[in-house]
Design a protein around this ligand. Structure first.
Ligand SMILES: NC(=O)c1ccc[n+]([C@@H]2O[C@H](COP(=O)([O-])OP(=O)(O)OC[C@H]3O[C@@H](n4cnc5c(N)ncnc54)[C@H](OP(=O)(O)O)[C@@H]3O)[C@@H](O)[C@H]2O)c1
Length: 303
């Protein structure tokens, strides 16, 4: 249905195809489009200036940028590189997309906010990043907007996906090795699966009337990192994994117990009402996505 809404032969040019969201997009996009990927070998965001030529050569209908400098703590000591990747490169891509009349899709983060609001953040709330990563992502949003084309910026949070060293895999490993864990319980947010982000992106591309702008895209509900860890460990045990640290052994500690170079917002909750109303969809509870990633992670460990 989506394919017919978009017309046959829609071409998507995907940057950052190998990250969590990029991999999920590679799985979801072929249902609605021809996908050309431009990975780090072809498109190095550290040297913007060469990216526009790729867009001009490919002439896609849609450009999607899933690449980003996501090493939040390391960014504090590499602000120039983080800025090139998260701000300059997306602006260049958005301008190149505008030039050929292509739609531009970009992802941003809850870290553009300082987390002091006592309620979920709305899209129009003032940004006030606490970290280099957050500032460079905020600058990226502005660059995309200033390109003046047809664009969608999806702000998301606490992204997880099968493969690699995700939070869920880390917690399962630690719980198997240790008698107790100490996990932060004063940061609130919604763990969001990369596949949900990809599915909603596909949905949004099918909705040609969706106005340009920033949209919050997270799973529904909320938890803390501690609640997230307890849930993952409990569900892993229900699936037969043997743990030394059970959910009761996941002790709550404040953020101050683990000093990090970058400050993180205590409130990462993003209100998704705008996107849900625009697309007529309901975001699933965060536990649903965590269970899918958990099961894939257990499969990877067994397989
Ligand atoms: N992860 C989260 O919890 C989270 C939360 C909120 C928002 N977001 C946003 O969601 C989007 C997707 O994040 P993600 O979780 O999928 O991130 P990810 O897994 O870290 O993937 C980022 C991708 O960008 C690529 N990349 C980094 N530097 C590059 C460069 N100089 N040139 C070309 N490619 C480069 C990486 O390549 P390599 O693998 O080669 O390094 C990686 O494939 C990003 O915009 C991120 O800011 C993420």
């Amino acid at each position: 249905m989506l394919a017919s809404a978009l017309g046959d032969g829609m071409k998507v040019l995907l940057f950052g195809p190998d990250g969590q969201v990029g991999r999920a997009l590679r799985a979801a996009l072929p249902a609605i489009s021809d996908v050309v990927v431009a990975g780090r070998d072809r498109a190095d965001f550290a040297t913007p200036g060469a990216l526009a030529a790729i867009v001009a050569a490919e002439r896609p209908d849609v450009v999607i940028n899933a690449a980003a400098y996501t090493a939040v703590d390391k960014a504090e000591t590499e602000p120039e590189l983080a800025s090139r990747v998260n701000a300059e490169a997306p602006a260049e891509l958005a301008e190149a997309a505008t030039e050929i009349g292509a739609r531009f899709v970009h992802y941003s983060t809850d870290y553009v906010f300082d987390g002091t609001k006592p309620a979920p953040y709305e899209e129009a709330d003032a940004t006030a990043p606490l970290s280099v990563y957050g500032r460079t992502k905020r600058d990226g949003e502005r660059g995309v907007e200033q390109a003046g084309g047809n664009y969608l910026v999806f702000r998301t949070s606490w992204v997880h996906a099968p493969g690699g060293n995700n939070f869920i895999a880390k917690m399962l490993k630690l719980a198997a090795e240790r008698d107790e864990l100490r996990v932060i319980d004063d940061q609130i947010g919604a763990p969001t699966s990369a596949s949900l982000i990809a599915e909603v992106t596909v949905e949004a591309l099918g909705a040609s009337a969706l106005p340009s702008g920033v949209y919050h895209l997270t799973a529904s509900g909320e938890t803390t990192w501690n609640g997230y860890a307890r849930f993952a460990i409990g569900e892993a045990m229900r699936r037969g994994l043997v743990m030394r640290a059970t959910p009761e052994h996941v002790l709550p500690v404040p953020t101050s117990a683990f000093p990090t170079p970058a400050r993180r917002p205590l409130n990462s909750r993003l209100s998704t009402g705008k996107l849900q109303a625009a697309l007529g969809i309901e975001m699933p509870d965060w536990r649903q996505g965590v269970l899918a990633t958990l099961e894939a992670t257990i499969g990877e460990r067994v397989g």
